[in-house]
Each structure stands twice: as C-alpha cells, then as structure tokens.
Design a protein around this ligand. Structure first.
Ligand code: G6P
Length: 608
C-alpha cells in the first residue's frame, strides 16, 4: 500500500525513480509524484492517475539530478488529486517527504503548526511531516526528521530530502516496510524489493523505530533514540524476469499459469516418500512440541484467510487438533483467549499486512508460540514470528492473489500431513497422501491447458451482475475465494456460501438471471451437493459446476460443467480453485476491467 522509492548515486535519478514506481504500482495507483534536487532548486512533480500519467507530466523535460524520492499512492486521507499526491513539501519548498502509513495525530499537529504560521496546501496527514521537519530544521536534516518523528503517532515508512543537504536521503520506519539496497556507488531505499532488484540483491530491512541516513557511498542506521544499529545484509533471490509479464497480457494471468511451477517449489525437498510425511525445516526447532499442540489458531486477512479456512479442515481431518480461524482485524481487538498449548499460525503473502502483523504481536504478547506462513522472504511477519514456513511462490504482482493462495494451501496440506503423521495417521495413509501431493502440479497443468473451456463459460456470463458460489467442506473456502476473485477484479457482486446454507437466505436471490457456481466434486458430500444443485435448478438458476473427471451423473443436471482431475479430498481445493481464478480473470477482461490494478484495492494493506 503506497510505494516509496528514493535513489542516490551517480546516475540520473528520474528514470530510476519512475521505473521503481512502475515496479511497485500494485501497492497503490491513484496518484504519483517525485522530487529531485536540480540546479534551480527542489523540483516536485506530481499528478493524480497512474505512473504513465506522471510520465506524461514529466514529458521530454531533462533532469540531471542524481538523487530523488518518489511515491505511488493509495489514498487514505484526502481524495486522489494532484495536490494530495506525494511528495509533500514544506512552506519554503526546500524539504520533500514521501510517506506510507497514517499519521494518527495529524489534526492536532496541523493546528499547532498552523498557529506557528505554516501554510498547508493539501488534505493529507503526510503534509504535517514536511512542516514538522521544517520546524525543527537547523541545517541537519537527520536531526530535524528525528525530532519530528518524536511528535508523531501512527505508522510510517518515509523518505525525506532537503535542498540544503543534497548528498543525503533520510528514511525511517514504524509499521510500514522499508528496505535499503546497496549498489555500486549508489543506494536505493524502497518499500518493496521489487523496486530495487534490477540494481542489487544486497538489502537491509529497516526495523520499526529505525532511521537511516543514506548517501551515495554509504548508509548508517540508528534508532530514533540515536543508538547505532549495525546493518544486517540479506541476499534477495528474486530475479528481474520474475517481476515481468513475460508475454502475458496481465500479471494475474501469468501468475495463474505459474502455479504448476510454484506448487512444485512449495513441496520441493519437503516430502519423505518412504515415511509418508512432510518435513518443514522452518519448524524444526518445534518438532518435539508439535505433537503436543492442544489448539491451533489461524489468523489472516483476505485470500490468506480463505487458505486458513481450508487449513482448518485439513488439520482437523488429518491431525485431529482443534483449529480456529480468525480474521486478523478481529483477533487483534477482541481479547483472544490463549492458553498453554495454543499455537498461532499467521498467514500472509506479503508478510506486511497491518492487521495480521498486529494480530501476531497480540498473540505474542499473550504468550503464544507464533508460526508464520509467508511468501516474502525477510518480511516483517517472517522476521517476527517464532518460526515459520515460506511458500516460495515468488513475487506476486497481480493485486488479486492466485499463486500465493495455492501455495499457501499446499504448505497447509504439508503441515496437516506432518502433524497427522506425528499423531495417529498411519505410514500407509501418509504415503498415499504424499503420492497425491506429488501429482498436484501436473494436474493443475492439465486444468490450465483447458483454459478455453472456461473462457467460453466466461463469455456466456460476462454481463451477469450477480453470482453465487457454493461449496461444502473443503470446497466451502474455495467458494469464498472464487467469489472474492470475481468481486475484486470485475466489480461484479458475488457471494460465497456453504452450499447447504443457501436455503437460509441466499436462495431468495435465485432466478433465471442468477449464475450459481457449484463445486460439486466426487467427495464425501457429493450427493448432498447434488441436492443443493436441484434446489437451485428448481428456481431456474443457471448452474456452472466444477465436477470430477468422469462424472456423467452431474452432466444432465447443470448448464455448464468444468471437470477437474481426481485427487484426495483434502487436496481438492488446489484443483477446484484454478477454474474459478480463470473464470474471474476472463469475466474481468471481457468487462474491460483493469485486472492487475482493480479500483480501490491495494496489494499490501499496510494500514489498519
Ligand atoms: C489485500 C489484498 C488481498 C490479500 C490481503 C491479505 O487485501 O488485496 O489479495 O489477500 O490483502 O494480504 P496478505 O499479504 O497478508 O496475504
């Protein structure tokens, strides 16, 4: 949410800043801007709209500055507009600030600064930072920023520059991620590694309460209380081609098609065929404790929450451990009960979602062991949980999560299998599961090769304005996820329901104009789902069924059908969700929607 980049080095800064913003555009895309120091002074250019609009604004103008800061925005305070776009500057136009996060006491600070004569030009919370730094500035930008931050309540990732300190960028973090990349005679600070992997793979993540002074050749980190912090370098394994579209029209489609590979990556080296179990190195320090877990709480947001729900079914089924699934935003505030023997799993693709982060900290504060399931290596949740498992899905750029979801499901299946085998699941059962897991990537590949069938269904329903998604047991979370995908990228109203729950309300919505997507695979509840289909058909609803290969019985009952290969019940979500991702994608494309940057959404929600 909001992308920040700062560059200082020997090259022209503007093209690097604009390219960095493009790499982070999925974090926010309602306005963009940059500030550089030129001979004539501090130049700040900003506009409502996308990065391409900023490029139009910059036109053919030549900039020579070798340092600058830039921002792509997801509005919180103040509507998207040229004025409200970042950077924000002080009264004299000498200090520029870009900010991700929320300054909670900005009203009080603004009143105070206005009384002192500061002139405000925008409706944003961020502008107070520029004026506050100006207020404290006496020639030392670092000190002025540090002093300003002592007055601020809320969250921030910021980058600041000042006309009178042309050799440095000051950056600071509290609650919103920032990473510094070390290049040859240059440094880049950004809210996301995607912005800097073109230049370097050597990075240092700032921790909360840290402030960095970055120059061309060096950088120093200290706490806001002035205690020096030695930099901890990490190597990023992501490569440039991983964050490019590679011939696909959208990142989302590329990521859908990457799933056979990302699923192979999620299981690589983690299965023991002979023992019929999984081994997750990230959890090895807890191996002795895991068989004695009394209760598991999963906490997450959005798509990750849907994965958690499927994880609940998997773990209760395979390992017989009671599981609860909590929205992170609820968990953090409702005084959750955590007793000895409770383990809290925190699931997050980005590892930076503000609510999930807060839920994790609340669980820690209450004494729980916290285990992470994350995609982004080095992310805050990955660093702050006691231990965890990476899903290895690679960078996910499309705002609607796809490959991260299936990799989360896969890791959850591995955890369920491992816990099951540590308890009462037999080796024989385990071996059957390992075999089935190993087949999943090829089965996903086979589904993807039939994309055309889904495209055809999508064209039939592209103009429908309401959809219902139904599923039971393991495929109830898939129904929720299918509906979410459609809502997110095509702005079509869609609801996911447990199939049987339909008759307690949603059935009132069904008529001949209502497409109902039913996941009706050959599992233990197959007959029950067929009954639910009959109920829909009796009310003239249009049924699109996701069924098991070879199922002839269902054919005559539904209007459209898409077959998925057979697998074990606990693995079915990994297959049934693929056609639903494709359905949402193609409907969105047919409706002319901006698939990778859907309106109002952001990839990584780093504000509460
Ligand atoms: C945002 C994204 C969703 C995502 C959710 C949780 O709302 O738009 O796609 O599922 O955040 O993100 P996380 O990174 O914690 O999995």
């Amino acid at each position: 949410m909001c992308g920040i980049i700062g560059y200082i080095g020997e090259k022209e800064a503007v093209p690097i800043l604009v390219e960095g913003l493009k790499r982070m555009e999925y974090r926010g895309y309602d306005s963009a801007g940059l500030a550089v120091i030129e001979k004539e002074g501090l130049i700040c250019e900003k506009t409502v709209g996308k990065i391409t609009d900023l490029e139009v604004l910059l036109g053919k103008r030549r900039f020579s500055s070798t340092m600058g800061i830039a921002h792509t925005r997801w509005a919180t305070h103040g509507e998207p507009s040229d004025f409200n776009a970042h950077p924000h500057i002080d009264c004299k136009g000498e200090i520029a600030v870009v900010h991700n996060g929320i300054i909670e006491n900005y009203m009080a600070l603004r009143e105070l600064l206005e009384r002192k004569g500061h002139q405000f030009r925008t409706e944003t919370d961020t502008e107070v930072l520029a004026h506050l730094i100006e207020e404290y500035y006496q020639g030392d930008l670092t000190e002025a920023t540090r002093m300003a931050l002592t007055q601020v309540e809320g969250t921030y990732g910021i980058a600041v520059l000042c006309l009178h300190n042309p050799g440095q960028i000051v950056a600071a973090r509290k609650g919103s991620p920032l990473v510094i990349g070390k290049g040859q005679g240059e440094h880049i600070v950004a809210s996301d590694v995607a912005a800097l992997i073109r230049y370097t793979n050597q990075v240092v993540y700032l921790e909360d309460g840290e402030l960095a002074v970055i120059t061309k050749d060096d950088f120093t980190i200290s706490t806001t209380e002035k205690v020096k912090v030695p930099p901890k370098f990490q190597e990023i394994s992501w490569s440039l081609d991983m964050i490019e579209k590679s011939g696909f029209p959208h990142f989302m489609l590329k990521e859908i098609f990457e799933q056979p590979t990302t699923l192979r990556n999620a299981v690589r080296g983690r299965l023991n065929e002979e023992e019929g179990t999984a081994r997750l190195n990230g959890l090895r320090l807890y191996y002795d404790d895991l068989p004695h877990i009394k209760r598991i709480i999963f906490t997450a947001c959005g798509t990750s929450w849907h994965a958690a729900l499927a994880g609940e079914y998997m773990i209760e089924d395979l390992a017989h451990i009671p599981v609860e699934v909590e929205y992170a935003s609820e968990f953090r505030y409702r005084g959750p009960l955590i007793d000895e023997g409770t383990v809290v799993f925190v699931i997050s693709q980005s590892g930076e979602t503000a609510d999930t982060l807060a839920a994790m900290r609340e669980a820690k504060r209450k004494g729980a062991t916290t285990l992470g399931i994350c995609n982004v290596v080095g992310s805050t949740i990955a660093r702050e949980t006691d231990a965890g498992v990476y899903i290895h899905a690679g960078p996910e750029i499309g705002v609607a999560s796809t490959k991260a979801f299936t990799s989360q499901l896969m890791v959850l299946a591995l955890i369920a299998l491992m816990l099951g085998r540590m308890r009462d699941l037999s080796a024989e059962q385990g071996r059957e599961m390992v075999e089935a897991i190993n087949r999943i990537p090829d089965q996903v590949e086979a589904i993807l090769s039939r994309e055309k069938e889904i495209k055809k269904i999508a064209s039939t329903f592209a103009q429908s304005n309401n959809f219902l998604y139904l599923g039971r047991s393991y495929n109830f979370p898939v129904a929720l996820e299918g509906a979410l995908k459609l809502k997110e990228i095509s702005y079509v109203h869609a609801e996911g329901y447990p199939a049987a729950e339909m008759k307690h309300g949603p059935i009132a919505l069904i008529d001949e104009n209502m497409p109902v997507v039913v996941i009706a695979i050959r599992d233990s509840l197959y007959d029950k789902v067929l009954n639910n289909i009959e109920e829909v058909k009796a009310r003239k609803g249009m049924v699109i069924a996701i069924a098991t290969e070879g199922d002839r019985r269902i054919k005559g009952m539904v209007d459209h059908i898409f077959y998925v290969p057979k697998t074990l019940e606990f693995l079915t979500p990994l297959l049934t969700v693929i056609p639903l991702q494709l359905l949402a994608y193609h409907i969105a494309v047919l409706r002319g929607c901006h698939v990778d940057q859907p309106r109002n959404l952001a990839k990584s929600v780093t504000v509460e």
